[in-house]
Design a protein around this ligand. Structure first.
Ligand code: ATP
Length: 250
């Protein structure tokens, strides 16, 4: 069943230099539980597309359906994880993950259960009373993921979430994300300009062309799951990366 459907979507910004067409005629479906990456060069409209799906940005033409219902603004059925650190520095790890549940007025007993389960899933249980500044960048990213999961969204939207991390931490976080995703399957839309990251994580990659962003190609990624670091070094991975680089460069 389709979780998300996008039909004929376009976005034109009115800027001081005149109209800027960021996205043109975008069409795609996302199945329940699917992991989709949107990849393209800088400025091709990836963040704009994600912001439109999240409801933070309006679209100019077309339609977005979430569970067959048109998206008309932000909602708790979608949670976003950005590249920048979104943790609240004045709250502990526990309180950060609990925050969205308090806003949603979830009762304290249920809140405690959800937060404790997530702390354990994210392997942050030993750090529940620490403050974000006492933790590494990778651990803070895990808090962000925990906050997004806590509110039990239908779709997780991730905008270059690991873009600010060094390569070793970044690959560790990709493994972490896949582990969490395999335990609690959510539909994920993941933005990145890193082809290898997209190939490692996704069920399908949507390649956008440079501005205006149009769908250049949709590539199914059939590497078996669970995936591990060995995949990144395999011949098949290397060949697909070269093939995709070639398509992107065309
Ligand atoms: N508020 C705005 N007003 C005018 N133009 C905008 C606005 N926001 C984005 N754009 C333009 O729309 C295009 C797409 O921007 P967007 O940030 O979505 O690209 P991106 O693929 O996410 O880029 P990057 O990978 O560098 O983050 C760019 O040309 C950008 O200049």
């Amino acid at each position: 069943m389709n979780k998300l459907e996008i039909h004929g979507l376009s976005k034109v910004f009115q800027s001081q230099m005149g109209p800027v067409t960021a996205l043109e005629n975008i069409h795609f479906d996302v199945k329940e539980g699917e992991f989709i990456s949107i990849v393209g060069t800088s400025g091709c409209g990836k963040s704009t597309l994600l912001n439109i799906i999240s409801g933070l940005e309006s679209h100019t033409t077309g339609e977005i359906l979430l569970d067959q219902i048109p998206v008309q603004g932000p909602g708790s059925d979608r949670a976003v994880v950005f590249q920048s650190d979104a943790t609240f520095p004045w709250l502990t790890v526990y309180e950060n993950i609990e925050y969205g549940l308090k806003v949603k007025k979830i009762d304290p007993k249920q809140r405690k259960q959800i937060v404790e389960e997530l702390l354990s899933l994210l392997e942050l249980d030993k750090f529940s009373s620490a403050y974000p500044k006492e933790l590494s960048g990778g651990m803070r990213k895990r808090i962000d993921i925990g906050r997004a999961y806590a509110v039990q969204p239908e779709i997780l939207l991730m905008d270059e979430p690991f873009g600010a991390l060094d390569i070793v931490t970044r690959e560790m976080m990709q493994d972490e994300l896949l582990r969490i995703w395999s335990e609690r399957k959510k539909t994920v839309i993941f933005i990145t300009h890193d082809l290898e990251e997209a190939m490692y994580l996704s069920d399908r990659i949507i390649l956008l062309s440079p501005r205006p962003g149009r769908i250049k190609e949709v590539i199914p990624i059939d590497f078996p799951r669970p995936r591990s670091g060995q995949l990144r070094e395999s011949q098949e991975f290397y060949q697909l990366r070269n093939q995709l680089r070639h398509i992107m460069g065309q």
